[in-house]
Design a protein around this ligand. Sequence first.
Ligand SMILES: [Zn+2]
Length: 592
Amino acid sequence: MTIGNIPKEIRRKPSARAYVLLAYLPTTRLEHVSNKAQRRRLINNLYHACMGKVLKPLESAGINGIFMTSGDGLTRRNHPIWACFIGDYPEQVLTAAVPTGECPECPVPRDEIGEPEVPPGYRDLEAILAVLDSFDTDPANFLQACSELGVKPIIDPFWKNLPYSHVYRSITPDVLHQLYQGIMKHLIAWIVEAYGAEEIDARCRRMPPNHNIRSFMKGITALTRVTGVEHDQMCRILLGLVVDAPLEGGLSSAPLIRAVRALLDFLYLAQYPVHTDETLELLENALAVFHDNKEIFVDLGIREGWNIPKLHFALHYAELIRLLGTTDNFNTEYTERLHIDLAKDAYAATNRKDEFAQMTIWLERKEKILRHNQFVQWRIDGCPKVEVQEWLPPGLELDRKTHLSKHPSACSVSLDSLEHNYGATYFRVALKRFVASKIYPDVTRAQLEQKLANIRLPFQKVPVWHKIKYLRTDPFTKVSSTADSIHVHPARKDSRNRPVPGRFDTALINDGTGHQTGIEGMSSRPSFHSLLIGHPQGIVLDASGLYFRCRKKPSRHYFQEMSWFRNILPTLNGIHHSLNRGSITNSIKSSR
Ligand SMILES: [Zn+2]
């Protein structure tokens, strides 16, 4: 259990211990009950009975309030309300007391669950409670009445008496199980079926390496027991895999690309840490685009219908985000992690006999020691006052600090090598053009080209950096981590003399007209080689326009350079680079 007024940045760190374990629920399968239907009903009722017992104190606390002391030392009267339930699909339907295959939120009939619209309203809580209560008055017709209303025969659902609660508005979105392990898993399977495993795997192997992207050198189709993290990595390359692949039978791939893109848009929009009406509209539109284009999978013979409860639940996302907050509040990843800390570790500490009693004692002692330890540490630190942290919108810290190593990766690379081994064709011309444009800012383009002949480069070798990092700093912990990086390596031989192919990352550069999102205004065909070049020691690039003037003392300054080429013609089959403009910038913005 956790409480809603803890900031999610704190809640999502397992080390912050914002979740407490209330109880271990029995996992018995009740094998001794031979009738299967009866066994299922008993297991369901057992779950609700246990949960009811655990949450019983909330009934009076919600109405009468209880006194609680918060972190600032003040005691206030609180009315804790059961607000939402986090779980995977089987847990959701179990909690909502609805049959598997149906929606735990709305009363959509099972055969209409694939429709792109949600019926208005929620399940009728009053009517459902009335039927579930009829067990005492009319037990003979109880099962029949429950099945007519589409609920499981739960005699005492745990949420029955919880004040101000509505179970059918409390089932939260679950990005891990519903999107990554649900919809995306399906989508990847459909794509593999549409294009063939061999083609998809071959395309995976040809993905250039990149920071934040895992290389699936053996392909993605042969993987078994794919985790949420792996699905996340696959989603990053999914559109790139299919964007230019032709479909069999001459079918247009446009609807398929639109459908894939729409679901990916939905996936990423659903994970925004902050939402506005506008972003929620984008979220809904993305899903609508998928539904408009999904028939391509039927045309290809991959799907027959769309009765997928997780796909239906996606229709509830926008409304649930409005009601309960953004999806990163409810990520089951955190609770799965706690399963290790609070159940597996606890079990490992027992002698495997009569384990529950030992586990609870172990946990209780662990919590007490941790709390006492914190108190001791606080006293050692001189009892500092608790500072109120200023709230920052989470995840919106877009500032990136560039980081270069102090020393270049290659100290002295000849200009010839730059042009041949680093792929920076026409580097000399580009550099001269840049210098000329700074010295003669007012001349026309044609005049500028003439001036190039007068510029001599007073060096033949330059230091080169092979890596540039973009660091982000967490606003709360102040820990900085690498958000992105650009790598440039010419082909080389490793220590055992085996050839290592060159690596030239693609970067998008904001040419000054771009915005913070999307790639509009970014250099339009971003397939260029990036290169980080320092200037030779003793030569200073300064703002006064005195370029290439040697200084006696070696300068420690360096400038970062990206030679970038617009409108590059395809280079794969040996066609030359068409260089319209080479430019040196000392401020680089990278966005992927
Ligand atoms: Zn629904």
